[in-house]
Design a protein around this ligand. Sequence first.
Ligand SMILES: O=c1[nH]cnc2c(O)c(F)c(-c3ccc(F)cc3)c(-c3ccc(F)cc3)c12
Ligand SMILES: [Mg+2]
Length: 215
Amino acid sequence: TRKSRPQRLLKAVEGKATLGDPQSVITAIDHFCRHKEWAMNVGDEKGSILDSLVIELSPVNVLELGTYCGYSTVRIARLLPPGARFITLEFNPDYAAVARQVIGWAGLEDKVQLVEGASGDWIPRLREHFGVQMFDLVFLDHWKDQYLPDTKQLEECGLIQKGTVLLADNVICPGTPDYLKYVRNSPHYDSRYYRSHLEYTKVEDGLEKSVFLGF
Ligand SMILES: O=c1[nH]cnc2c(O)c(F)c(-c3ccc(F)cc3)c(-c3ccc(F)cc3)c12
Ligand SMILES: [Mg+2]
């Protein structure tokens, strides 16, 4: 059967990137998505905003919800300090299989723990399963309807604490209205919108950065 889009994206990485060179993997994916086939990676424009935030935060414990092909996983992992811990959750096994290979091609497999399954099932088990106490950064980039319930579950499990930064993709396109209303109206979050564009297009989209202020 015809290869899937993620598999074609992986072929583009294998054909163009240099093994062990994360930047070449990022460049190869962006080229493929801009010139061959659009795919829902955070992309180069929003990716640069993500980079700046990771560099500024220098997070030790990072959670990504929604791995897809591993593009943002590579963008984040390549900037983490030694000893940092990075868990990325992916629901779709086909996406996870491609992401493992993309992350491997970037030479970052030792920095990332890719966990397959539903975020709602895994969030309550992260502490006892991975020994993580809290996250410094959570990148929300999975299913838009899951952003709010997963955030509430992370709060309830104590995995979001004073200073934790939530960064959410696609808050305009396709949009996450209930999540935006929550973080923007809650006295427990300091929220701001980074205006950008839907990956590889001129359509408006952006990232919402929300800092938890404590209960
Ligand atoms: O689902 C997503 N997760 C994470 N990031 C995403 C992302 O960065 C996107 F740009 C899109 C997107 C936006 C506009 C569009 F036209 C197509 C796809 C989606 C998305 C939205 C609705 C769907 F039915 C399927 C995919 C996602
Ligand atoms: Mg996205």
